[in-house]
Design a protein. Structure first.
Length: 156
């Protein structure tokens, strides 16, 4: 009986430590056309180029206006949600934290949720002629929707 007790204890400990496999992709900086985040704790993954016929994936856009101002827009779309991250500049500094611009930054998922720009941030880990990559955190105005551990890796 004493010999069985350590074996049972080891069996119990290893059985309790098993966790479900994670499906969240690893954040990269190589132009893989991927993005992901947790929306209220649920994994949300985006793959492919948004210009494809499916209408799902990620895309990077810039715009310059007549008054000389410019913006960066990173759009992500899948069958669950559409996310648009907007900041009012054209050449971000890698490693710097920027506030996401509201009301252009939003999440559309069973309704529209607009970012609280005082609680929503983006940072670029790579920004060059071939790749745009970085991380983000987004809280909506009424805080009912929170996007955490967000990242994007887009070929230009």
């Amino acid at each position: 009986m004493k010999a069985f007790l350590p074996f049972a204890l080891i069996l119990l400990l290893t059985a309790c430590s098993k966790r479900p496999a994670l499906t969240m992709p690893i954040a990269t900086q190589s132009g893989n056309n991927t993005a992901a985040c947790y929306i209220n704790g649920r994994e949300d993954v985006y793959n492919g180029n948004l210009k494809s016929e499916t209408g799902y994936g990620v895309i990077f856009k810039t715009a310059t206006y007549n008054d000389g101002s410019s913006m960066i827009d990173i759009d992500m779309s899948n069958n669950m949600a559409r996310i648009s991250l907007v900041i009012p500049l054209n050449n971000p500094v890698v490693g710097r934290l920027y506030q996401l611009h509201s009301p252009e930054t939003f999440v559309f998922m069973n309704g529209s949720y607009f970012a609280d720009s005082t609680k929503s941030y983006i940072s670029f880990t790579r920004f060059d002629s071939s790749v745009v990559a970085g991380t983000f955190y987004l809280a909506t105005g009424n805080s009912s929707l929170v996007l955490t551990d967000g990242f994007f890796d887009i070929a230009r």
